[in-house]
Design a protein. Structure first.
Length: 110
C-alpha cells in the first residue's frame, strides 16, 4: 500500500461492486512500465488507466439475493482498469473515478 493510499479517505461511499479510484499522478505513473517498456509522451497524455483504490463497496448480491459476493480488490491496491469503464467525479478539486469491478483488468503485484 502506498503512503498516499494510507492517508486518503474517500469522500464517496461506493455501492455494490464499485470501487473509488484515485488516478495516478504523473510521478506515480512514471515513464517506464513495471516490465521495463518505455512509455512515450503521447501515451501519457491519454486518460489514466491506472489508479489506487481508496474505497470499495460491499459487493453485489448473489443470484438468490441472500449473500453478498465480496470484491477481489482492497483499499490500497494499484489497479489497471478499462479505458472507458469508469465515471469521473470531481470533489474539492480532486479527481476520482468510480469503477465497477468488472471494469478492473488487474491488480499490480508489486
Amino acid at each position: 500500500m502506498s503512503e498516499n493510499a494510507k492517508a486518503e479517505v474517500s469522500p464517496i461511499k461506493p455501492l455494490g461492486d464499485r470501487v473509488i479510484v484515485r488516478p495516478l499522478t504523473d510521478n506515480e505513473a512514471g515513464t517506464t512500465s513495471p516490465s521495463g517498456i518505455i512509455i512515450p509522451d503521447t501515451a501519457k497524455k491519454e486518460k489514466p488507466e491506472q489508479g489506487v483504490v481508496i474505497a470499495v463497496g460491499l459487493g453485489k448480491w448473489d443470484e438468490d439475493g441472500e449473500k453478498r459476493i465480496p470484491l477481489d480488490v482492497k483499499v490500497g491496491d494499484r489497479i489497471v482498469f478499462s479505458k472507458y469503464g469508469y465515471d469521473e467525479v470531481k470533489i474539492d478539486n480532486k479527481e476520482y473515478f468510480i469503477v465497477s469491478e468488472n471494469s478492473i483488468l488487474g491488480v499490480f503485484t508489486n
